[in-house]
Design a binder for this molecule. Sequence first.
Ligand code: 7PJ
Length: 277
Amino acid sequence: MSVLDLGHGRTLDLTHAVVMGVVNVTPDSFSDGGRFTDPASAVEQALRLVAEGAGIIDVGGESTRPGAQPVSAGDEIARVIPVIEALCAATTVPVSIDTSKPEVMRAAVAAGATIINDVRALRDPDALDTAAALGVAVCLMHMQGEPRTMQDNPEYIDVVTDVRDFLAGRMLAAEAAGIPRDRMLIDPGFGFGKTPEHNLELLRRLAALRILGRPILAGLSRKSFIGKLLGLPVDRRLHASVALALLAVQNGASVVRVHDVGPTVEALHMLDAVTIR
Ligand code: 7PJ
């Protein structure tokens, strides 16, 4: 459970929590949209995150923020591929591609990506077969609804058991398509069709997802429920984000997806120092 198979003979050790650093090559992501749209500055940012201790770099070319405009596969490929190629030439840190589109998955893996991070959990037509054929790792994330409308009125019977059952179903579908369990990460999808109370409940009971037997990825960094709870704009959510990453790891997460890698790595080192194994 503490090793992720990246395929093609590569693995990622998750004995200690790993920080996944986010690099959005988009004009409109809610937290850092427009900052790294040219490939050179995106690569520079990614290498800065690696120097700060990131163990995975997540590259995305389409914003999934509520209300974001859809992007064609061609545009997404044009945004992310130069970045992934340059990054994989410059570092051995695994690169993940944040996409739901099979064409983008294929191009990204050809460019060196070893993890497919899909907020739709490979539900788009052909995504399961594509990921299976590419032979790399996948992150299966829960989302209720679609990005454009997911925050309108999210409802659950019990958010933790509903998310757990969804992820169990996606793991079965992925396995049936030929993706070995060793290659799967699971993610409750904080903020994706969830009220602030749903997010808090998921974090509180995150350990319940461990029954699924796969490492948990948690993405809480700068998310809007922090803004709702604390009344803070996106550029002032660092301290809360670090606290949430720490809580996620304490409650069972093996990977935390964050924008602010250095501060998160320092906090997790302290948690590690305190933890008796
Ligand atoms: C997540 C993600 C997340 C995974 C985004 C944002 C919105 N991928 N992509 N988990 N969030 N696996 O960065 O706030 O929570 S985009």
